[in-house]
Write a new protein. Sequence first.
Length: 44
Amino acid sequence: MPIENINQPEIINIDSNLRLRKFDNKFSFAFEWYQDEDIRFIGI
């Protein structure tokens, strides 16, 4: 979510295996796996 008056980078590198992207409102590809309780449990 954008924060008003704060410049946000397109990508933040967390480490060599993980990076975060600025939200672009494209999320339909993730809806199916997000609904799967087994997949969500892995992240806990």
